[in-house]
Design a protein around this ligand. Structure first.
Ligand code: NI
Length: 177
């Protein structure tokens, strides 16, 4: 297990479409999931996608308890989601501030579907299906975008709503991610 370096925006691997996982419950997949967990926790991330540590596979992890990078956010259980599919529930969108470990020190206002159903598999290949809304839905959309080669700045409608943490949110301690 290890904290791995996180690729930053500009790295071409972040713009690739990730491959689906074909075999579950393998030593390689287990090792990848441990590294993703350790890296996300060490950096106080709300989520991490495998391409962010240089592995172009459809694997994301996310979850949020008391996270200093997202002090106001609701809690989301720690989840491993493999080969995910998203289905928006309704047309409602909402804007919310997002950050990303691949875009350190910045935040942007990003429109996302308010409610959605997600399906995929856990590390053993057991199916997962959840209907979620709000911050949980936002985190899943952000992470699954990483598997499609999309970073959140590409979804900002008005780039005036994209900036540095210490300028947008002074004194909130968000500067050093
Ligand atoms: Ni991200």
């Amino acid at each position: 297990m290890a904290v791995r370096p996180v690729l930053k925006m500009g790295d071409p691997l972040l713009f690739e479409v990730a491959r689906p996982v074909e075999r579950f419950d393998t030593p390689e997949l287990r090792a990848l999931l441990v590294d993703m967990h350790d890296t996300m926790m060490a950096l106080n991330g709300a989520g991490l996608a495998a391409p962010q540590i240089g592995v172009s596979l459809q694997v994301v992890v996310f979850g949020l308890e008391h996270n200093p990078r997202y002090p106001q956010a609701e809690q989301v259980p720690y989840t491993v989601l493999i080969n995910p599919e998203l289905e928006p529930l309704g047309d409602d969108m909402e804007e919310g501030w997002e950050g990303c470990l691949s875009v350190p020190g910045m935040r942007g206002l990003v429109p996302r579907f308010k409610r959605l159903r997600y399906r995929g598999y856990d590390s053993l290949g057991q199916p997962i299906e959840r209907s979620v809304e709000g911050f949980h839905a936002r985190v899943v959309q952000h992470e699954v975008d990483h598997l499609r080669g999309i970073l959140y700045p590409m979804r900002i409608r008005d780039l005036r709503n994209f900036g540095f943490n210490e300028t947008l949110f002074p004194g909130q301690g968000l500067a050093d991610d």
